[in-house]
Write a protein that binds this ligand. Structure first.
Ligand code: FMN
Length: 448
């Protein structure tokens, strides 16, 4: 597997998945625009960012194919491979500072984030430059267990960042520190290998170290090294580490910021991180993830699909596959294919999906002859196998996602659509038409 961002970029280039931009780009909007145009097709390395000598990469995991290659499996195996890694974590290994490339340069004084790093501004109404691809590593003050997550980070001052922390694990850990009026030590890690990046998005029970999932995906322990100014270990082969403290009792204005559902998350007072030290490789590569791109959505989708699949499987053992669709921001819309054996199982699959994550808002359940990765096929099933009065269930006033602007500050309705064929229906009524040997025909052999 690929143990560094660098070796992954080489692999992407060899496969034709990486484009190099030699022309100078402006970190204000132009870089994000080019990355967004390439999104879903190519990763991009910007060699010349206006005002900086450091290169910037974007889109390094922007297709299911790239994710499958990073994992060394086929696209169809990605979700089960991730679920397997999550079920069998591999503890990390500590290496010495001398062995760690991320310690080649250590800076403790005069830290000025935007003059040191080409932090881009992505969308029109973003409040300014944002760090978007940093793994935030922190430890639960009462157990010492590590937590890893990615957060949008607005550069508020030379060594000051504003952070959005949704009410998940990091928030819980930060609350524990804040209750005791103590800062929470953090490390922000930029430019890790693709599997560690993906593992950071795992949906785990509280008290689970995501870096151990990275180890499981690699099939060997992830190598970590101790930080300089905080009691935290970070991936030793990363490009850049910012060490700092999440301050207790401090809130400053952060936002707006263009978010994954393709809306702006509003400005409000948020917690603040102060950076005390920077360590990096000698000529580091800066990484950015442009919000609402395929890369952003897929990073969240794969671990969520893995969790969703496991939970639906408990309710309906014949589940074939699950898909969090890009049109649903890879969070709100789930499509589930089952091999229905008992009437009513489609509804049980829906209940399991709703229970698996508050973010899931609309669930469509289809039979196994529907390609759930093809939205036209899914729509066909809804169009021809569903009667709304019989097959649609609506639950009002459940907990949803605050970033869904149609929700009432996160309170949201849920809808399930059963687009499976009733078991007792005559088989020929719902038989999909087909031409014998259609799959074998190659159009090139017939057209001149
Ligand atoms: N989660 C947040 O709470 N705030 C953010 O600003 C945020 N930004 C993200 C940006 C990117 C590019 C990605 C891929 C994810 C982002 N997330 C954000 C999602 C969290 O990183 C993710 O849900 C993580 O699993 C949460 O971990 P935790 O439950 O251990 O805290």
């Amino acid at each position: 597997s690929y143990h560094t961002l660098r070796s992954w970029l080489e692999a992407l280039e060899t496969r034709g998945y990486l484009k190099i931009v030699k022309r100078e780009v402006d970190p204000f909007f132009e870089l994000a625009a080019v990355a967004k145009k390439a999104d879903g097709q190519w990763a991009v390395k910007f060699e010349k960012v206006k005002g900086y000598s450091m290169p910037v990469v974007a889109g390094i995991l922007s297709t299911r194919q790239m994710i499958a290659e990073a994992m060394g499996v086929s696209i169809a195996e990605v979700v089960t491979k991730f679920a397997g890694a999550q079920a069998n974590p591999v503890p990390c290994r500590l290496i010495s500072r001398e062995q760690a490339p991320v310690k080649e340069v250590i800076i403790r004084d005069h830290i000025d984030i935007v003059s040191m790093f080409p932090v881009p501004t992505h969308h029109e109404k973003d409040a300014g430059p944002y760090i978007t691809a940093a793994l935030l590593i922190a430890k639960d003050p009462s157990t010492g267990v590590r937590n890893v997550s990615i957060h949008r980070l607005q550069v508020l001052g030379p060594n000051k960042l504003g952070i959005l922390i949704l009410p998940r694990h990091l928030w819980h850990i930060y609350q524990k520190a804040e209750e005791n009026d103590r800062p929470l030590e953090v490390a922000l890690v930029i430019g890790v290998d693709p599997l560690t990046l993906l593992a950071s998005q795992a949906i785990t029970p509280f008290g689970f170290d995501e870096l151990e999932i990275a180890g499981a995906l690699h099939g060997e322990p992830l190598q970590l090294v101790k930080c300089e100014t905080v009691d935290i270990e970070v991936p030793a082969h990363a490009e850049i580490v910012l060490e700092g403290r999440l301050l207790p009792g401090v809130r400053e204005m952060e936002g707006p910021f263009g978010e994954y559902p393709k809306y702006y998350g509003p400005a409000s007072k948020k917690p603040v991180i102060v950076i005390d030290a920077v360590t990096c490789r000698r000529q580091p590569i800066y990484q950015t993830i442009v919000a609402a791109t395929k890369e952003h959505l897929l990073l969240g989708a794969i671990p969520r699909e893995a969790g969703l699949f496991q939970i639906v499987k408990q309710a309906v053992p014949t589940v074939q596959a699950v898909h969090l669709t890009p049109g649903g921001a890879c969070r709100y819309h789930a499509v589930i294919a089952i091999d229905k054996r008992n009437e009513g199982e489609a509804k049980n699959a829906m209940f399991a999906a709703f229970a698996s994550s508050a973010e899931i808002k609309h669930v469509v359940v289809v039979d196994k002859d529907v390609d759930i990765f093809n939205s036209e096929d899914v729509e066909w099933a809804i169009a021809t196998r569903c009667q709304a009065g019989r097959d649609v269930i609506i639950i009002s006033g459940a907990h949803g996602n605050k970033l869904d602007p149609s929700s009432d500050d996160g309170i949201s309705d849920k809808m399930g659509i059963d687009a499976t064929v009733p078991l007792g229906a005559p088989a020929e009524r719902f038989e999909k038409i087909k031409i014998p040997d259609f799959e074998k025909i190659r159009l090139e052999d017939y057209l001149e």
